[in-house]
Design a protein around this ligand. Structure first.
Ligand SMILES: [Zn+2]
Ligand SMILES: [Zn+2]
Length: 175
């Protein structure tokens, strides 16, 4: 582990969480909070009409947050009809199932994508920039969203580009 790198420590904590090793996951997160690693806030940026919009997880500050959440709710319904099941292993276990699903809905990359969809005309490619790794649930969700809206969605994560088009990602699910 590179102790100066928050992105790596978040990835490691997520790997432990996904494997059910909550105690290890929690201890990595605690180390990060204790200042071993400077906590880097999970952020996603999107440029719309020459203006950069920044989102964090559970963001409430954006002027159009109500419309963004409404859009995510509609998308989430369509995704479920297509067979999407939320992957709640990316959320810590001390929250109940409904809340875990909601928490996943408000990851910063989903907020940025929903905002891009309601702000830019159909057909325009969405370019998203993210400082950390894309989580597994967001990765799956974005594949569904790309299919539903019929747009190319390009996400640059911490270490690579993902081109989502027609329910497939260019990384072939290895990242
Ligand atoms: Zn996510
Ligand atoms: Zn990908």
């Amino acid at each position: 582990m590179d102790h100066g790198n928050a992105s790596d420590s978040v990835l490691l904590a997520n790997i432990y969480a996904a494997g059910g090793k909550w105690d290890l996951s929690a201890s990595i997160q605690q180390q990060r909070k204790d200042g071993g690693v400077k906590k880097q806030l999970d952020c996603t940026w999107i440029e719309v009409n020459n203006e950069v919009h920044r989102f964090v997880v559970d963001d409430q500050d954006h002027a159009e947050i109500a419309e963004i959440c409404a859009k995510l709710k509609r998308l989430s319904g369509e995704m479920k009809n297509m067979g999407y099941v939320s992957d709640t292993k990316f959320v810590l276990p001390d929250v109940d199932e409904e809340e875990r699903h909601l928490h996943l809905c408000y990851h910063s990359e989903k907020l940025a994508i929903a905002f891009g969809l309601i702000s830019m005309p159909p057909g325009i490619v969405l370019h998203i920039l993210k400082n950390l790794h894309v989580c597994g649930d967001c990765h799956t969700s974005i594949k569904f969203i790309a299919k539903i809206v019929g747009r190319l969605i390009i996400v640059r994560g911490a270490n690579r580009f993902h081109h989502f088009e027609d329910s497939i990602c260019s990384c072939r699910d290895y990242w």
